[in-house]
Design a protein around this ligand. Structure first.
Ligand code: GLP
Length: 245
C-alpha cells in the first residue's frame, strides 16, 4: 500500500485529484469507479478545475458509481445520481451514457443488481476505484458483517450509517433505510483502489482498517489484501494509523 499523508482536507483533495487526472491522461478511456459522501467533494472540485484549465478531458472516460439509495429517483436532490451530476458530471465533458449508477427506483431490485453486475463485467475491470471510508468501516454501503464475496446487492443501512448520513436530509425520517451497493468482490477486482480519508473522527476506524485484522466486521480491512491500494489521508485522520504501521 502506498500512503500519502497530507496537511489538511484541501491538500488531500488535490493529491487524490492529481492521481485520478494521471489515470485519465495515461488512459483516456479509463473506467473509473466513483464514490459519494462528503469526502470526495473537494476532489471532484479539483478535477473540474483541472478539466476547465484544459489539462485533461472526460470525453472517453466511463464511470460506475458504488451505490444509490433505494427509493430515491435520479432527480431527488438527495440521490447519489444528483450528487454526481452536481459535483462532477454537469461540469465536465463526460457523455451521459458513459456514467452508470445503480437505479434506486427499479421495480425489481434483484434484477437491477444483476443488471449492474453484468454491466461491470461487460465494461470492466475498473481501472481506478475511488473510495471513502464510513465511520463503521464501510466502503460503498458494504456494512459491517457483510460477506467479502458479495456482488451488487441491497442492504439495510446500519444505525451508525443512518446516524452519519441523516444530517444531509431535512429530517431523520426522510433518510432511506435501504441502499443498493456494488459488492466488495467488484471493488477488489479493480486494478487500483484510491481511498481518501479526512478528519479526526475517522482516525480510529482508519487504524482498524489498515493496522487491524482483516475481518468482515471492518469491511475496509479487506483492502489490506488488494495488490494496489493508495491511501490519501490528512494528518488528522492519520493520527492513530501512523503509530501502528
Ligand atoms: C456514505 C457512502 C460511502 C462513503 C461513506 C463516508 O454513506 N455510501 O461511499 O464513503 O458513507 O461518507 P463521508 O465521506 O460523508 O464521511
Amino acid at each position: 500500500m502506498r500512503i500519502y499523508k497530507t496537511e489538511n482536507y484541501d491538500a488531500m483533495s488535490e493529491k487524490a485529484a492529481a492521481l485520478i487526472a494521471a489515470q485519465i491522461v495515461s488512459k483516456p478511456d479509463s473506467l473509473l469507479g466513483l464514490a459519494t459522501g462528503s469526502t470526495p467533494i473537494g476532489t471532484y472540485q479539483k478535477l473540474v478545475q483541472g478539466h476547465r484549465a484544459g489539462f485533461f478531458s472526460f470525453a472517453d472516460v466511463r464511470t460506475v458509481n458504488l451505490d444509490e439509495y433505494v427509493g430515491l429517483s435520479p432527480t431527488d436532490e438527495q440521490s447519489y445520481r444528483h450528487f454526481m451530476q452536481s459535483h462532477l458530471f454537469d461540469h465536465v465533458d463526460i457523455a451521459n451514457e458513459n456514467t452508470h449508477i445503480p437505479s434506486g427506483t427499479a421495480s425489481d431490485i434483484q434484477e437491477e443488481c444483476r443488471r449492474y453486475d453484468a454491466l461491470i463485467d461487460a465494461i470492466g475491470p475498473i481501472d481506478l476505484q475511488l473510495l471513502g471510508l464510513g465511520h463503521n468501516g464501510h466502503i460503498g454501503f458494504n456494512e459491517p458483517g457483510s460477506s467479502f464475496t458479495l456482488r451488487t446487492h441491497a442492504v439495510e443501512l446500519s444505525k451508525s450509517t443512518v446516524n452519519a448520513n441523516a444530517r444531509l436530509f431535512s429530517s431523520r425520517e426522510e433518510m432511506p433505510r435501504y441502499a443498493l451497493t456494488m459488492g466488495i468482490g467488484a471493488i477488489m477486482r479493480a486494478r487500483r483502489v484510491l481511498i481518501e480519508v479526512s478528519g479526526e473522527d475517522k482516525a480510529s476506524i482508519l487504524a482498524s482498517a489498515f493496522a487491524g485484522p482483516v475481518t468482515p466486521e471492518v469491511p475496509a480491512s479487506i483492502l489490506q489484501l488488494h495488490p494496489d491500494v493508495v491511501l490519501v489521508a490528512d494528518s488528522a485522520a492519520m493520527r492513530e494509523l501512523e503509530g501502528r504501521l
